[in-house]
Design a protein around this ligand. Structure first.
Ligand code: PLP
Length: 411
């Protein structure tokens, strides 16, 4: 007998995609993959250099919460990026490396969800559409998932004010992604602060997934730590200023280093300590040479600015082609979230006739199957603008041609 929680997982989006697009791409056209948020450029050479310099450390078991140098570097980065006072963060208590944020997001369910909350089954709140790991995190922790539709009506962000006090009383964990994947919407500091205030009032954890925070069009998105700062200024209390919250950051998007598997979690010291214990009991600490490479990447902003410039350029290419479709450049991230009427049908057409692979929006949503309501991603496709200039322009030309073909854009 095996764990039946697997049966509760929403279908894995990439498995569904593989089943939908299981025929080969049309002959004679180079396939272009825009279905996955994987940057196609290389991270800076600092990665190889740091790994080579620290290769004598491969024989060492890494500490569960990383090195002091890594934690200090992250602390300094956070202070500078989010204009925080030095006193808000203690690198020894508030920061932990993680082997990519996917695992940490998953483990948060194990750390933050009790068996019962106020005598009832605990709830995990998540946006819909959502990054699939949020659902897995809640399900394997034994929680009920409550999806918050993130549609044009809600500014493409989950609306906590729509959640009833009964559900909030049962809530153990809320995943808040800004800039959001897939829509690229940026939550205001006010929204983040209100979310954290509610988390404290109802005694749940808010996980601010900020993986896309360094990919933005004009101004840097605010972050969860700034929300914590606002609350600590408004109403200082004896509790830790980062209580009930963590932020998660990754090198996968910021530094195009998805294969390095490196990110960090910062926030509530109790959660960080429990995370360290969980890693020690059954997780993966980040290897020391990888931590050294990650440290080098967090100390350098030049390559991040170059990455932002690439994505800005890709969005300009998209705007030139799809502006007429009502497409507006999102505030952050690197996805196009395009309303094409029927996302699944369009994904099939794009693959079969134009050799472009995109993700149907419906595959990133889960709430509708539980509630019988309309799937908020049904009409959409998610297009990852992660290719290099020429390939990107070619892919977007093909996409435009396809949209013209089905009459979504005038010829
Ligand atoms: C919203 C979001 N959060 C977290 C992750 C996990 O990224 P990683 O594990 O590479 O840090 C992803 C990856 O695509 C993502 O889209």
């Amino acid at each position: 007998m095996l764990n039946s929680q697997f049966d509760l997982l929403p279908p894995y989006p990439f498995k569904r995609l593989a089943a939908l697009l299981n025929d080969p791409a049309p002959e004679g056209i180079e396939p272009l993959i825009l279905s996955i948020g994987e940057p196609q450029n290389q991270p800076p050479a600092a990665v190889q250099n740091a790994i080579a310099t620290h290769c004598h450390l491969w024989n060492k078991y890494p500490p569960n919460l990383g090195t002091q140098e890594f934690r200090k570097t992250i602390t300094q980065w956070l202070i500078k990026r989010f204009h925080l006072p030095e006193t808000l963060l203690d690198s020894e208590r508030h920061v932990a490396p993680c082997p990519g944020t996917r695992e940490a997001l998953f483990l948060l369910g194990q750390i933050c969800v009790p068996q019962q909350k106020n005598g009832q089954k605990p709830v995990v709140l998540l946006p819909d559409p959502f990054y699939h790991v949020y659902a897995a995190s809640g399900i394997f922790a034994g929680a009920e998932l409550v999806y918050l539709p993130a549609t044009s009506e809600t500014g493409y962000l989950p609306d906590l004010s729509s959640v009833s006090p009964e559900i909030l009383a049962r809530t153990a964990l809320f995943f808040m992604c800004s800039p959001s994947n897939p829509q690229g919407a940026i939550a205001s500091l006010e929204t983040l602060t209100q979310g954290l205030a509610l988390a404290r009032h109802y005694d749940f954890t808010i996980a601010f997934d900020e993986c896309y925070s360094e990919i933005y069009t004009s101004s840097p998105p605010p972050g969860g730590l700034q929300a914590a700062l606002s609350l600590s200024v408004e109403s200082p209390s004896a509790a830790d200023p980062l209580s009930h919250m963590v932020v998660l950051q990754s090198l996968s998007k910021r530094s195009s280093a998805a294969g390095l598997r490196s990110g960090f979690m910062a926030g509530d010291p109790e959660i960080i300590a429990l995370y360290g214990r969980l890693i020690g009991q059954g997780g993966t600490p980040t290897p020391l040479p990888i931590l050294a490479a990650a440290t080098a990447l967090w100390k350098d902003e030049e390559h991040v600015e170059a990455n932002r410039a690439r994505y800005r350029y890709n969005f300009i290419l998209a705007e030139e082609r799809f502006g007429r479709l009502g497409f507006q450049r999102p505030g952050g991230g690197f996805f196009l979230w395009l309303n094409v009427g029927d996302g699944e049908a369009m994904a099939k057409t794009l693959w079969q006739r134009f050799a472009i692979r995109v993700m149907p929006g419906a595959y990133m949503c889960g709430g509708a199957t539980l509630t019988g309501t309309e799937n908020p991603g049904q009409a959409f496709i998610r297009v990852a603008l992660v290719l290099e200039e020429d390939a990107m322009a070619q892919a977007l030309d093909r996409l435009l041609e396809a949209l013209k073909d089905v009459g979504l854009v005038g010829a």
